[in-house]
Design a protein around this ligand. Sequence first.
Ligand code: PGA
Length: 243
Amino acid sequence: MGLIYGNWKSNGSKELISQFQETPFAEARGLTFAIALPATLLTCALPPGLKKGAQNVSAYGPGAYTGEVHAGMLLESGATFSLVGHSERRQIFSETAEHTSLKIHHLWRAGLSGVFCVGETLQERESGQLPTILHRQLNALLPIQGDLLIAYEPVWAIGTGRAAGPSEAEEAHAIIESWFLDQGLHPPAILYGGSVSTENAAALARVGRVAGFLIGGASLKPSSLLAIGQAFASVRQSSTPSP
Ligand code: PGA
């Protein structure tokens, strides 16, 4: 019922994984927990109840691509998914729409699932470009040939402590859903990401279109990750979300 995904970014260690052993993720009913790990930790076993994924994948297959980790390597590590197109990859590492397209298609060919991240800058939102930006990013998915989640992550909300409000998340999730409907496709589950915390998780969970969260900073603490999931689940159990 709720998809609670963590993104450790360039953080974490074997020691941090061992801290997650003591937290009862597997007992949280109706929730799927997952962590997008740094590449060096991908071969580590995660505790029961935590799915393992990567944060990035090569836009190429095997070969002379120094520093790259291709989709087949992720599969062999036991990862079941990878993030693609995170705004830090797009902004700091100049990842283009073409890169995101190559990456997601490599994942699908390897039988892995993609968590495709989209989101606008503050300037883009304020100048009325939200639909245009999201559509342009989503176009890289075509043709859709495998398993997919979308993470809507407004750039201005990532790592800033300023999460989108429920109506801002609702608006963007509705735009994403209608893009899929326009392609004649059933929309996949859409996560919200950007400064999700134990304080704002319940309010965001009340947005019916939010299928779960992609959590950066707060996912580094097992008790916070679990508490965010529990907040999501308790809202969904106690109310019929809108719309
Ligand atoms: P944050 O990061 O929760 O620390 O804002 C979210 C993300 O980048 O996926």
